[in-house]
Design a protein around this ligand. Structure first.
Ligand code: ADP
Length: 275
């Protein structure tokens, strides 16, 4: 996350009031898996996000792209419940993120953030819900299944220092899945990887998405990645960040990276970004 600095007390109080009135007026509904409506987030005088709408259906893969500073990290911080002061609505499976909706979200960061002293199995187990006993044979089996899902069989007892960057990112993905989240959020998960490893990890993520029927929202600044992976690409722009456009990626799956439909989607995204 790239957020730094502090908010003013006034902005917080104003946002609190507005947030409360929105929350009180809306009980859980038949919202999509991820529902963001009229989301405005201020940091003091800075408006990071302005009236942003985002709906992600159950099992859908949505990418969010945009230039630096347009509020991508802020959006994720709201969805993960790290940012509770905002205007508008943000809900997971119909439950406001401030009322427990964010508990249904799993997060994968740009940096794998692994515990150096712990092996792969222990690092994945960190993602288990807090009420699960990690020494329980069922929990151990769940962790080992996840390690297999991300293609790391045979590495359960390796430590992060013994893994390549791509393997470490797979551990991070398995940890994000350990919670069995309704929605998996990924913040530029592949940006530190070399091109070939990145391609491999993108395909690995698609396999996991397909196998688990997960709902995925991926933040990236990589237009090619967004078009290749997503069903829909939400283009954020400006400061404050607003939704510039939403691009449907029509290419059939499994996708060929040179598919004309992907190239067309990429053109549409770059046009919207003014590139
Ligand atoms: P992105 O992830 O797209 O680069 P961010 O969400 O990090 O964008 O930031 C959006 C805007 O909000 C920027 O202008 C940034 O400076 C500002 N911002 C983000 N976090 C904070 C914070 N904690 N305090 C003050 N301003 C912030």
């Amino acid at each position: 996350m790239s957020s730094t600095g502090e908010e003013t007390a006034e902005a917080n109080a104003a946002a609190d009031d507005s947030a409360k009135s929105t929350r009180d007026s809306e009980a859980p509904t038949d919202d999509p898996a991820l529902a963001v409506r009229g989301l405005t987030k201020r940091y003091g005088d800075t408006v990071a996000l302005d009236e942003v709408d985002l709906a992600v259906d159950d099992g859908e893969f949505v990418a969010v792209v945009g230039p630096s500073g347009c509020g991508k990290s802020t959006l994720l911080r709201v969805l993960t419940g790290l940012e509770v002061r905002f205007e508008g609505r943000a809900a997971v499976d119909g439950v406001d993120v401030r009322d427990g909706g964010s508990d249904a979200v799993g997060m994968v960061f740009q940096e794998p953030r692994l515990l150096a002293w712990a092996d792969v199995r222990e690092n994945v187990a960190v993602g288990l819900p807090s009420d699960v006993d990690r020494d329980d044979p069922a929990a151990r089996e769940r962790v080992d299944d996840l390690i297999e899902t991300v293609g790391l069989d045979g590495f359960a007892e390796s430590r992060p220092g013994e893994l390549s960057g791509g393997m470490a990112q797979r551990v991070s993905l398995a940890r994000g899945l350990a919670y069995e989240p309704e929605v998996l959020l990924l913040d530029e998960p592949f940006s530190a990887l070399d091109q070939l490893t990145k391609y491999e990890q993108q395909d690995n993520l698609l396999d996991v998405w397909r196998e688990r029927g997960a709902t995925v929202a991926l933040v990236t600044h990589d237009v090619e990645e967004a078009a290749y992976l997503a069903d829909r690409v939400v283009v954020l722009g400006g400061q404050p960040g607003t939704v510039e456009t939403v691009v449907d990626v029509e290419a059939d799956r499994p996708r060929d990276r040179t598919d004309e439909a992907l190239l067309a989607a990429r053109r549409e995204i770059t046009d919207a970004l003014g590139l």
